[in-house]
Design a protein around this ligand. Structure first.
Ligand SMILES: [Zn+2]
Length: 450
């Protein structure tokens, strides 16, 4: 097949999980997803630790583990001149398959895909992920911005924790408004995608729908029927969102008319048990940090906290001693209510993932037992949060390592329940496109082709 005969559509649903989708599919809320599942190969997607979007999208773009591609959480530890900054496209330490196919003549559309800021200068059109940073230069090529401005007066850019009302949900009308806002967000992305899929010439289109993530953080108790806070009236409200999401997926597939389509997520969701306060845990372990992460300045004595990762400058502390001390202390912390351990394992990144490239740093990655998550926190607050209140707090759902993947189309077999790793997706996409799979990639080509 010639390049121009292939059309590969990649739809990313931030944080989609079978644990939520199974129930929604059973009650017929997701007819399009159900038909994709019935006509293609699908399964659980084993994602990278820590369970955040950025390290996982870095692995999706490069086919490599976080030690190799260099992104562990939200901040870049490839620090230059002592300044700490958010991760972006320039933080990637390995080549991407996006650039590979672009160099080989494929035309690409990328809409809000994580890490695409500054937008990579590829053969095609990029509307960056506006999640990390504020800048005007989020569209490539730059003159495409003018075209979009005439078509869309204002471009909707999905934001982290978008639309959470300040001070929390006060009553159910706040929740109604929040759900409407998430529906509005995915509709905006749909409008933009519809325009670009029809007006731009393309072979590979990547579209990221972000609102599933904030919605599931705030309202997981209304999605998962096993949650003690589940109630049917609230559930019917979130069903409205998922029906809209499903119909948008169907609509985009219809418009794009791809030869193959991939639906995936870079992490899943579960009910939150409690939130672990890293700053307090460090203080209790007798480890002091002389500079705080929030001051953005990195000095040799720093330990930087990045949610489920810690970066320790080991030239000062020497050969992992501080990291080992942190690991031993953190792995002992128990939830006083259940008595169970909060952290399943605290890893040296260099032991968890081979090819570690952060010279002069130890990176500790926290693998939590299911339902526990962390905040950088402060040393005065309790080490574990109180139980969160469904309908009031925002972190009722938290990330797990298990996402979803569904691949269907011409030449793709029907195969249920096939588990894959997120690093398997790039070699599989490249193979579908008839491209060479670089040997540096960690994943394998999924056995999905006829
Ligand atoms: Zn999230």
């Amino acid at each position: 097949m010639q390049i121009n005969q292939k059309k590969f559509l990649c739809l990313s649903l931030d944080g989609a999980s079978w644990s939520g989708f199974d129930f929604l599919m059973k009650e017929r809320t997701l007819p399009v997803i159900t038909s994709l599942v019935n006509s293609g190969s699908y399964g659980s997607l084993h994602c990278m630790l820590p369970t955040f979007t950025y390290p996982n999208w870095a692995s999706f773009w490069t086919g490599e583990n976080p030690s190799r591609q260099g992104i562990f959480a939200f901040n870049d530890i490839g620090i230059s001149r002592g300044l700490l900054r958010k991760v972006d496209w320039t933080s990637l330490k390995s080549p991407t398959w996006l650039e590979q196919i672009s160099n080989n003549g494929f035309k690409i559309i990328s809409i809000h895909a994580p890490l695409t800021l500054p937008p990579p200068q590829i053969n095609g059109f990029v509307i960056a992920d506006q999640h990390t940073i504020t800048t005007e230069d989020f569209i490539y090529p730059p003159d495409f911005a003018g075209i979009l401005k005439t078509r869309f007066k204002e471009l909707h850019l999905p934001k982290a924790e978008q639309f959470f009302p300040h001070g929390g949900f006060k009553d159910s009308s706040d929740i109604d408004k929040f759900i409407e806002d998430q529906i509005w967000s995915i509709k905006q992305t749909k409008e933009l995608a519809e325009y670009m899929l029809t007006e731009c010439s393309w072979n590979v289109a990547i579209i990221h729908l972000f609102a599933t993530d904030p919605l599931q953080h705030a309202l997981w108790h209304l999605i998962d029927p096993r949650h003690p806070g589940f109630e049917i009236e609230g559930h019917n409200k979130v069903v409205k969102f998922f029906k809209e999401l499903d119909s948008i997926i169907g609509h985009l597939i219809k418009i794009a008319n791809p030869t193959a389509k991939l639906v995936f997520s870079s992490h899943g969701f579960v009910s939150t048990k409690r939130i672990f306060n890293i700053s307090r845990a460090l203080a209790e372990a007798g480890i002091s940090r002389r500079r705080l992460f929030t001051r953005k300045i990195v000095k040799p004595e720093n330990i930087l906290l990045d949610h489920k990762a810690l970066y320790i400058q080991n030239k000062k502390f020497g050969n992992g001693d501080t990291a080992n001390k942190i690991i031993r202390a953190f792995e002992r912390v128990r939830d006083p209510e259940s008595g169970s351990l909060v952290i399943k394992k605290a890893w040296h990144a260099r032991e968890l993932y081979d090819g570690f490239r952060q010279d002069g740093w130890d990176v500790v990655i926290l693998e939590f037992n299911e339902g526990y998550t962390s905040r950088n926190g402060d040393a005065e607050s309790p080490i574990l949060s109180d139980l969160l209140k469904p309908g009031k707090d925002y972190l009722i759902g938290t990330h797990t390592q298990t996402g979803v993947w569904i691949l269907s189309g011409e030449g793709i077999i029907t195969q249920p329940g096939f588990d894959a790793s997120i690093t398997d997706l790039p070699p599989t996409i490249l193979t579908y496109l008839g491209q060479k799979v670089p040997t540096r990639m960690d994943g394998k080509v999924l056995p999905v082709f006829l």
